[in-house]
Each structure stands twice: as C-alpha cells, then as structure tokens.
Design a protein around this ligand. Structure first.
Ligand SMILES: Nc1nc2c(c(=O)[nH]1)N[C@H]1C(S)=C(S)[C@@H](COP(=O)(O)OP(=O)(O)OC[C@H]3O[C@@H](n4cnc5c(=O)[nH]c(N)nc54)[C@H](O)[C@@H]3O)O[C@H]1N2
Ligand SMILES: Nc1nc2c(c(=O)[nH]1)N[C@H]1C(S)=C(S)[C@@H](COP(=O)(O)OP(=O)(O)OC[C@H]3O[C@@H](n4cnc5c(=O)[nH]c(N)nc54)[C@H](O)[C@@H]3O)O[C@H]1N2
Ligand SMILES: [Mo]
Length: 568
C-alpha cells in the first residue's frame, strides 16, 4: 500500500475490476485470486477462456489459478524484487519498452537501466529458482501485449521487502506504458470489506481523510476549521498497529482501543502479542462477537454488524457504495459511529466537569471543546461533513449513489467518477522510476528450521474465523486446519494425510493435522490463520517492512515433525 503510495500517490487499484474482462494480458502475483477474491477470480477465468487474454501466474504455491495460466513461474518465497527486476532487464535489453511513454510520462529511466543491469536472467535464476528462459519468455509476453494488467495481493506486500516489491511492479508497468489506460495498471486487490474506505477516511497513522498528510499545515488548518471542535489537531504521525504492539510490550503504550480486529490471533508472533495486550492498563475491544482479544479486555463494547446499520462501503476499485440497514441490532449493540460519538460526548463532558472542579492553581483547561459537536443524527451527516474535506470524495453524496456507486476521485457535483487513474499525469507530475534491490527475507530456512512457512487463507474461512466459524455450513465444509506439505516431504518424514504434526519456529510451536498436496513446493509448509486451535501466528516472524510496517507473514523458517496420536 505504502509502496504504491510512493510510486503513484495512493494505495488503491489504479484501474477497475470491469477492465479485467477487456485486456490482453493479466499478470497475477502473490494473489490466490480464486479463493480470496472469487468474483474477480471468475472474471479472470472468463477473460482467459472467452476473451483470449493471456494469463501469467507467478506464485510459489500451486494455487487454483495456475490451472488457467499460460505460464506459471514458481519462485522461491520472498524473491519477488529479483524476478521483477529480471523482467525489466530483458525488456530493456531486447528493446521492448515503450519509448514514447517513458519519454513523455516518466523520470529517472537511466537510473533504472543502470540499476537492473546485473539482474540477468541467469542471476535471477540463482536467486529465485525460476529458469532463465522462463524469465525471458514472460518478459516478452508482458512487453508485447497491447494492454496488460497486474493484479497482486499479500504475497507481494507481506514481506520485509513488501514496499520494494510494489515499487518494482510499478517500474515494470511504467516501462511498458501499462498505466493510465483502460485494461492496464498496478492493481492491489484490497482485502477486507471497506478497508479502502477506512484508509480513505484516515484510519491510518499519518494522514487525514483523502490521504492528505497530517504534517502539511495547510491540510491541518482546513480540517481544524471544517471540524470546528475547537481542538488543535496534532501534526505528529501516530504509530502503526504493529508498532503499537511492541510499544505495549515495552510498557510505553498504556491503553488500547481495538475496533473490529482480533490481533491476538491475527498479528505476527502471537505469543508476544498476548503479552503486550496483558501488559496494558486498559484494553477496550469493540466487536460484533466476543473474540479471543475481547476475552483479554477490561471493557467490551458490542457493535452492530454490516446488516444492522446504514452507511457506505468503498470497495477495491475505489467505488463508494451505499449500505442499508436490513435488521435491528441485537441486544445493546450500536453502530460503530454511534458508540464513538457517545464515548466522545462522555469524555468531553468529563473534561469540562473536571476543569470546572479544578482549583485555579491547576493548569488552565487544555481544550475548549463543544460537546455538542458529537450530536450527529445519521451516518449521512458524518459523510456530508467529510466528503468536501477529503477532495477525492467531494462530489459524492448519498443522493448520487442511491442506485449505484461512484469511483473516486470524484471532485465535484457533476464529476462522473474515475474508472482508471493517472490518465494524463501522475499525482506528482511525471512517474518516477524507483530502482530497488532484492533483499532476502529476515529469516530463511537453515539446518535447525529447514522449511519455509507460508501463511494465508482458504476460500471457506475469513481470517481468525470469528464470523465464518459461526456458520454451520462453512464449518461443515471446512472444520479444521490442515497443514499443507508436499508429498515428497511427507514420504521423507513418514507423514501421511491426516497425521498429527508439530510445526516449530524460533517463536513457538503448534500441532495440527497434515494435508499432503503439491500446492506446497517441496521444502515449504502452508498454514492458514483461521483456526484458534492451531494458531499459525504463534510461529510467524514479526520482522517489519521499514515503510509500511507490515510483518513478514509470508516467510519464516520452521521445523516439522510427526507426533504420535495422543502424545500432543
Ligand atoms: N476466503 C477469504 N477471502 C479473503 C480473506 C479471507 O480471510 N478469506 N481475506 C481478505 C483479505 S483482508 C486479504 S488481505 C486478501 C488476501 O488475498 P491473498 O493475498 O490472495 O491471500 P493469501 O492467502 O494471503 O495469499 C497470498 C498469495 O501469495 C502467494 N505467496 C506466498 N508467498 C509469496 C511470495 O513470496 N511472493 C509472491 N509473489 N507470492 C507469494 C500465496 O501462495 C498466495 O497465492 O484476501 C481477502 N479475501
Ligand atoms: N499469519 C498471517 N497472519 C495474518 C495475515 C496472513 O496472511 N498470515 N494477513 C493479515 C491481514 S492482510 C489482515 S487484513 C489481518 C486480519 O486480521 P483481523 O482484522 O484481526 O481479523 P478478523 O478475524 O477479520 O477480525 C475482524 C473482527 O472484526 C469484527 N467485525 C466485523 N464486522 C464488524 C463491525 O461492523 N464493527 C466492529 N466493531 N467489528 C466488526 C469481527 O467479528 C472480527 O472479530 O490479518 C493479518 N494476519
Ligand atoms: Mo488484509
């Protein structure tokens, strides 16, 4: 996300989902599209089967989409910058790049050309395990396609080199003029429902709504006036979630308010996370269910689910859509915005009360807040206040999205929305090539921990399972974790399908049943983080990407052994 932000100015799909069915080539990497974005996955399959688009999949696991691919490259985990640089190397060497686009729309091409000289297909083969000739083949296919779309997800970003990987993809797209046109682009398929909207509305530590930096005084003063709370906004970037956990662990962070997350299971190095959460003076959890994290909380605030509230969701192609309440919330649950407003009013009144009671020798009141500020009566009122301040939403209103959504940037009342971005210019003017180097993952297999551990998702469950494991149908189809290992490794370690195995990393150990499958390459284990009984994040490495602060969920080193039944 932050990588694309650096390259193009925002962390969203540059193009639209619809365009997948009208392009000439689709390059998917680090996305198990048919399981994690099944609707988009279907569109990719249709593009290949009915519209004759070429499909290239680059993934260390034999995911379903591999069956539809013209070429599948199986790289070693965590080596993406190398093969992407390798493609750029071949494209420049064989003069297949888009001279017109590079000259008119980009900067620093010479830096890239110089930088990728050493990434010959043979050098790349050594690092990635992908045959040199396959690198050449894919480079030619991508460069010669009239229009090519890149789709990527967490296999690219959940690395200590995640930001660099995204920059490398952006270099590749710009080199071939595959940006700013229909059916092209660098497209992160966003994960959670409305994660795009949450980011747009600044649920991030360093921006205000509309991805505007809080360090910009002009931006700050616009919001200060717009929000008329009388409070001076801080211009100091906050901490990311992963940084908060280490601060809590150290004791530098005393209170945490968790809304719609289950970090006790979803954060890397879960043993460390549990200690961090227990170390807090105050933990508040606001969720629709009593999660593993909520069980550690001092206060649990029951929230209404998506079906029980009004509002908007912004999907992965920047489309702002209406959500309408279908049911009344159960019990005492309230919509998240109502809980926040109630809490804010209480805190505000408390501050006034304390200030009034304080003797004159005390410090003067720090704030002159009007508690009435939080008397919103509907999410529409909140939206109408935010939209004009956040520019990219300025032209959107509930009235305009009554029937169907609008894609941001939508900057005025008559603006039709933006299906694809960067048509004539990039946000910063010209697109800047950011040469990057291959940097190995923070932890790679060795004698003691000889396997790669890769973690991710299955079609039938969602993250920590708080929601999907309560569904009887899904639980019937997929009742338990099956740790995926290659049959070759199974034979070597005398592990059969369904056997109990123990997986151990430097951080912890879990026990679960094995599934022998060639989806996992030899020497590689795959686990989900859907099952609290086999918590994969006890094992994962909390080494972070220096820019995005995303942990290296996709690569850690583990040992695998068979466990006798009953001995676990
Ligand atoms: N059913 C279901 N769907 C979901 C979710 C869910 O929990 N369940 N979660 C949603 C969310 S929030 C997200 S973020 C998305 C995630 O969507 P994905 O990123 O598609 O999901 P993952 O299972 O994490 O798969 C990552 C992919 O990267 C590959 N990979 C692993 N290591 C590497 C590597 O080193 N390089 C590359 N290039 N690829 C690698 C994996 O083999 C896999 O194909 O899914 C969303 N959709
Ligand atoms: N090992 C490993 N770990 C990973 C990943 C990986 O690939 N591998 N992927 C990472 C990624 S990409 C993600 S996105 C995270 C996901 O991690 P989390 O977000 O912690 O996981 P979820 O289980 O989706 O938790 C969401 C919670 O929100 C609650 N909820 C749902 N709707 C609402 C609502 O309207 N209001 C409120 N207040 N709560 C609600 C649900 O009940 C649930 O408890 O996991 C990360 N962790
Ligand atoms: Mo995600």
């Amino acid at each position: 996300m932050a990588g694309l932000a650096a390259a193009f100015g925002s962390g969203a799909m540059t193009n639209s989902i619809d365009e997948i069915e009208d392009t000439d080539l689709i390059l998917i990497t680090g996305s198990n599209t048919s399981e994690t974005h099944p609707i988009i996955g279907r569109m990719v399959k249709r593009a290949v089967e009915r519209k004759r688009a070429k499909l290239i999949v680059v993934d260390p696991r034999k995911v379903v989409m591999v069956n539809f691919a013209h070429v599948w490259l199986r790289q070693r985990p965590g080596t993406d910058a190398a093969w992407i640089n390798g493609l750029c190397h071949v494209i420049i060497k064989e003069n297949l790049w888009d001279h017109e686009f590079v000259a008119s729309r980009t900067e620093a091409f010479e830096d890239l050309r110089r930088h990728i000289q050493k990434y010959t297909p043979e050098y790349v083969e050594d690092i990635t395990g992908i045959a040199a000739d396959d690198i050449r083949k894919v480079a030619r296919l991508y460069a010669n396609a009239l229009r090519a779309m890149i789709l990527y997800t967490m296999g690219i970003t959940q690395h200590t080199s995640g930001t660099d990987n995204v920059k490398a993809l952006a270099n590749l797209a710009m080199l071939c003029g595959n940006i700013g046109k229909e059916g092209t682009g660098v497209n992160p398929l966003r994960g959670q429902n409305n994660v795009q909207g949450a980011c747009d509305m600044a649920a991030l530590p360093d921006v205000l709504p509309g991805h505007q930096p809080i360090t910009d005084e002009r931006v700050l003063s616009t919001f200060q006036q717009g929000w008329s709370t009388g409070v001076r906004l801080s211009n100091k970037p906050g901490k990311t979630m992963t940084e908060m956990m280490s601060a809590a662990f150290r004791g530098d962070l005393r209170a945490l308010y968790v809304m719609g997350e289950n970090p006790r299971l979803s954060d890397a190095n879960a043993g460390h996370v549990a200690k961090a959460l227990q170390n807090l003076d105050l933990l508040i959890v606001q969720d629709i269910f009593l999660t593993e994290t909520a069980r550690l909380a001092d206060v649990v605030l029951p929230a209404a689910s998506f079906a029980e509230k009004d509002g908007t969701f912004t999907n992965t192609d920047r489309r702002v859509q209406r959500v309408r309440k279908g049911l009344d919330p159960s019990g005492n649950a309230l919509a998240d915005w109502e809980i926040i407003c109630l809490l804010a009013r209480h805190v505000c009144e408390k501050i006034h009360h304390n200030n009034a009671a304080a003797t004159p020798t005390h410090h003067p009141p720090a704030m002159h807040i009007s508690c009435g500020y939080w008397n919103y009566t509907s999410p529409e009122e909140v939206f109408d206040e935010l939209a004009p301040l956040s520019h990219i939403y300025a032209g959107i209103s509930y009235e305009r999205i009554k029937k169907s959504g609008l894609q941001w940037p939508c900057t005025g009342r008559y603006h039709p929305g933006t299906p694809f971005m960067h048509k004539d210019v990039f946000k910063r003017g010209k697109g800047l090539f950011h040469p990057v180097d291959y940097i190995p993952p923070a932890e790679v297999p060795d004698e003691e921990y000889p396997f790669y551990l890769s973690t991710g998702r299955l079609r039938y469950h969602y993250h920590t399972g708080t929601m999907t494991r309560r569904s009887r149908g899904l639980d019937y189809i997929c009742p338990e974790e099956r740790i995926q290992i290659n049959p070759e490794d199974g034979r070597r370690l005398d592990i059969k399908d369904g056997d109990l195995i123990r997986v151990t990393s430097r951080r912890g150990s879990v026990t679960g049943r094995a599934l022998l499958t060639d989806r996992s390459a030899p020497g590689m284990v795959f686990m989900t983080f859907h099952f609290a009984e086999v918590p994969a994040n006890v094992l994962t490495n909390d080494a972070l990407d220096p820019v995005s602060k995303i942990p290296e969920f996709k690569v850690s080193a583990v040992a695998v052994e068979k466990v006798e039944e009953g001995a676990a």
